[in-house]
Design a protein around this ligand. Sequence first.
Ligand SMILES: [Fe+2]
Length: 169
Amino acid sequence: MISYFFAKHLNYNINEDLCYNEISSAPRKYWFTAKNENDGSLKFVGDKEDCQFYVARITKFPDTLNEVLKFVPDIIVKNSYVTKCAPGYSMEPHIDPNRETAIIVPLGNNKGDISFYYGGKRVYTYDYKGPTLTRVGVYHSATNPSTTDYRYGITVEVPGSYLANFLKR
Ligand SMILES: [Fe+2]
């Protein structure tokens, strides 16, 4: 049951291929790098030197945005992104800035996993299977376990607490 405290699989039949194709073919200029701040939050910066984690605004991907909106019409578009991370990448444990809850849609064959931490210890790891309501207001880190493939995903902000979303979705 601890699993539900951190993550919940959502039965949204999102057309992942459509999203994957649109996102994986994005021009380089769409992508920004994200840096870990000392307080654990992420800061988006334009500098692309030696970085393995990238974000782009979901509004750059109209087909993907449209597809997500079919299932989650209440997303906060301006705080919603698509992500790309390099083979073998493992993010520092962090708390997302300004949000407690996110819906993550990992794409393609390489969905990766996410770990949650309490008191500096890893307490739970979830292997992504599809769209997932995720508690991002606690320390967490995503990894790309593949040694060869980039990992692509969608991360959207939704209003309300984790519990409220858990009960509603
Ligand atoms: Fe995060």
